[in-house]
Design a binder for this molecule. Structure first.
Ligand SMILES: Nc1ncnc2c1ncn2[C@@H]1O[C@H](COP(=O)(O)OP(=O)(O)OP(=O)(O)O)[C@@H](O)[C@H]1O
Ligand SMILES: [Mg+2]
Length: 300
């Protein structure tokens, strides 16, 4: 049975007259790594902050563990590891002092787990936070969000600034969290990371939900490129351009290339192709990046 950990119901958030999030709804289930994606300014941070009750909704609601975020924010926070996209640290401390302070705030032991994570992430717990690089600060942010072993992680661009090696460690940590039946909701602009670890994604644009989809399905259901070569010269573009779901037709070196959407009129297309002597036919599946760009609006 799927167990819902986060339920966002018709959420609307405004800054003055500007509506940053519009009627947004989706759910995150226990034990999944859920990616929250969208272009800059789409409303991701606003949504994630509303989950932590740092922002109050102007419409709709969010339930975390079945609790309304406005009703018992402290009860929720105790069970969540949150990482802000812009982490502000008390620079007079070192990592260990910061974690000890968090232990007091959260009333939970953290240091031992923090030290394990620090070792994996190659972070020096005794080094002053002052003057630390962006990536180093990100590491202590990740450690702080994970070290009390929360049931749910809400991470706003967690791996930004991490080098490829550390990004790999981060991905392994997320998979470890999932294997323990815990849940991750993360925003990211790194599509290779999303492809590597996310089970499902929600894509948001201008505050509105575009899709919620299984990552594996995204590539299967999306469009593909069809490349045709003919025994004689290439078939004329005319005719193809009237078939539903067929766009971006071009010819180059006798090859006809077209974009075929997931719901294109395949029957008409195949019959149209069959009028010409075909030498070869190939499908190219789009990269995940191409698919995301369609949702992000460039080709919408
Ligand atoms: N405090 C604020 N006051 C006014 N407008 C704001 C405020 N915070 C965010 N916004 C606006 O709300 C919209 C959504 O911002 P948000 O930070 O949620 O986007 P995002 O999806 O996290 O973007 P990014 O990928 O750049 O982090 C943007 O247009 C932003 O300019
Ligand atoms: Mg943001």
């Amino acid at each position: 049975m799927t167990h819902t950990v986060v339920s966002i119901n018709n959420l609307t958030c405004r800054y003055g007259d500007f509506t940053a999030v519009k009627d947004l709804s989706f759910e995150v289930n226990q034990g999944e790594i859920f990616g929250f994606l969208g272009p800059n300014g789409a409303g991701k941070t606003t949504t994630l902050r509303t989950m932590m009750d740092f922002i109050r909704p102007d419409g709709g609601s969010i339930e975390v563990f079945g609790i309304d975020t406005r009703a018992e924010p402290e009860a929720i926070k105790a069970r969540v590891g949150f990482l802000s996209s812009e982490l502000v640290l008390w620079e007079n401390w070192n990592g260990e002092q910061y974690i000890r302070w968090l232990e007091k705030v959260r009333h939970k032991p953290m240091l031992e787990e923090a030290q394990r994570l620090a070792q994996l992430l190659d972070f020096e717990m005794k080094r002053s936070l002052q003057g630390m690089s962006t990536g180093m600060k990100r590491k202590i942010g990740v450690i702080a969000a994970l070290a009390h072993k929360p049931e749910l992680l809400i991470l706003d661009e967690p791996s930004i600034g991490l080098d490829p090696l550390m990004q790999q460690v981060f991905e392994e940590l997320m998979i470890e969290v999932r294997e323990e039946g815990r849940t991750v909701l993360l925003s990211s602009h790194d599509l290779s990371e999303v492809e590597a670890i996310c089970d499902r994604v929600a894509i948001i644009r201008e505050g509105e939900l575009q899709t919620v989809e299984n990552v594996a399905n995204l590539t299967r259901l999306a469009f593909r490129w069809m490349n045709l070569t003919f025994k004689d010269e290439a078939a004329p573009i005319e005719g193809f351009d009237r078939i539903n779901g067929v766009t971006d037709i071009s010819t180059e070196n006798g090859e006809l290339r077209m974009r075929v959407s997931g719901d294109a009129d395949m029957d008409t297309l195949i019959k149209h192709i069959a009028q010409y002597p075909v030498k070869d036919l190939q499908f190219d599946h789009p990269t995940l990046e191409e698919i995301f760009l369609t949702y992000y609006g460039r080709e919408a």
